[in-house]
Design a protein around this ligand. Structure first.
Ligand code: PLP
Length: 426
């Protein structure tokens, strides 16, 4: 641990995916503004992570600050049971407006994981209300990541994911092979064969298929072809199975479309949003659903959706989310994401030549260098910090998804640092 960080060493605190006996350095941050993270020791880092996909407009944004401040003057929070408020009503209308037409209902949740719990619960309650409570299984593809709570963990990759430790106590769901088709590959039926078989043989036990469209995030940063999604939708329709898309990572422009499902022109029955929803300011997520699901749940016993978190639809979070979406839509985000995509492609290309690299892939404002071997998390973050950038790898993946306001010059700094670190330290 570098000198001066001792005061920030975990004592009464557990850091995420870290150990008390062999702690991974956590760098103390004094402030963040634009694309820069300022450490307590005065060093400044170019941010490559957008704080896990979320800070799309950068940090300390005047418009988002103003939205939070204005809302604070009115009220920070009131319970959402029996009371409602303008920030939530407005944000719900906006989300319905910017998502495909069939998605007409919004449930606000406190985090991405909770929005996945809500999506699963919606699907189960829908079938329960329809008198088909035997439809209790979920079907998903391997290498997925849907969050850290128990329902969400049960559909994360069961082997390579972060939660295999818990497999004994999690509900057992159905997993099929992950598509490995690239965007422009010719379609092969073998990509969908296993999923098709499961639906044909066990469709009557399956409540929903859940997956991350086009880009799988923390389960392996894999990209796959749009045709797979079109086939999944058709199969779900044929077997009356609900389809849940988790766009918590991919939503709000990250992949070059406003939502990743637009790459395939496919609409799910239930949609999870989070992460960039508030531009990275605070925790808020949303689960949207269509009339079939909402009415199905409401028309039959118990007739109400059984969920209601204490901080549901927090007004501060809703106001900032509204401002963040407006900021995004007022910008020429599509051209901008394309600019980042081009810079990442050019900047990361030299990594392709390195023998320690298995694959380099870029989609929208996401750049991934997949290595042959896992990285050393005790040394690699420091190698990046020394080069003035903030990149946090996991497993064998060095990846970036920077704030959309990042300049070409900063993208250059980021990608040069990645190629150097991969060449010299991996
Ligand atoms: C981050 C993430 C989640 C979980 O969201 P939290 O806000 O961390 O609970 C779920 N699904 C996907 C695809 C994610 O990237």
């Amino acid at each position: 641990m570098p000198a001066g960080l001792a005061a920030f060493r975990p004592r009464a605190r557990l850091d995420p995916y870290s150990s008390l006996t062999r702690p991974i350095t956590a760098y103390p941050v004094a402030g963040a503004s634009g694309t820069r993270i300022r450490l307590e020791d005065g060093r400044e880092l170019v941010d490559g992570m957008a704080s896990w996909w979320s800070a799309i407009h950068g940090y300390n944004h005047p418009v988002l600050n103003a939205a939070a401040r204005d809302q604070l003057e009115a009220m920070a929070h009131v319970m959402f049971g029996g009371l409602t408020h303008r920030p939530a009503v407005r944000l719900a209308a906006t989300l319905i407006d910017i998502t495909p037409e069939p998605l007409q209902y919004v449930f606000f949740a406190d985090s991405g994981s909770v929005s996945v719990e809500v999506a699963i619960k919606m699907a189960l309650q829908y079938w329960f209300a329809r008198g088909h409570s035997q439809r209790s299984k979920l079907l998903t593809i391997r290498a997925g990541y849907h969050g850290d709570t128990f329902g969400a963990m049960s559909v994360c990759d069961p082997v390579g994911g972060m939660h295999h430790l818990f497999s004994g106590v999690l509900p057992q769901h159905l997993f099929v092979r992950t598509p490995d088709c690239r965007r422009d590959d010719e379609w092969r039926e073998s990509q969908i064969a296993e999923l098709r078989q499961h639906l044909e043989h066990a469709g009557h036990e399956i409540a929903a298929v859940i997956l991350e469209p086009i880009v799988q995030g923390a389960g392996g940063m894999r990209f796959y072809c749009p045709e797979f999604l079109r086939r999944v939708r058709a199969l779900c329709d044929a077997h009356e199975v609900l389809l849940i898309f988790d766009e918590i990572a991919t939503g709000f422009g990250r992949t070059g479309e406003l939502f990743a499902m637009h790459h395939a022109d496919v609409v799910p029955d239930i949609l999870c949003l989070g992460k960039a929803l508030t531009g990275g300011y605070m925790t808020l997520a949303a689960t949207l659903c269509n009339a079939r699901v909402a009415e199905g749940i409401s028309e039959h016993d118990p007739g109400v959706f059984m969920h209601g978190p204490t901080f549901m639809a927090n007004p501060l979070a809703c106001s900032v989310a509204q401002a963040s979406i407006e900021l995004l839509l007022e910008s020429d985000w599509r051209t901008n994401i394309h600019r980042i995509e081009t810079a990442l492609e050019t900047g990361l290309a030299p990594c392709r030549e390195l023998e320690q690299v298995r694959d380099v892939r870029v989609l929208g404002a996401i750049g991934v260098v997949e290595l042959i071997h896992p990285v050393d998390m005790h040394t690699l973050p420091e190698a990046f910090v020394q080069r003035g950038v903030w990149v946090r790898p996991f497993r064998n993946l060095v990846y970036v998804m920077p704030p959309y306001i990042i300049s070409d010059e900063e993208l250059g700094v980021l990608t040069v640092a990645i190629c150097e670190v991969v060449r010299e330290c991996c």
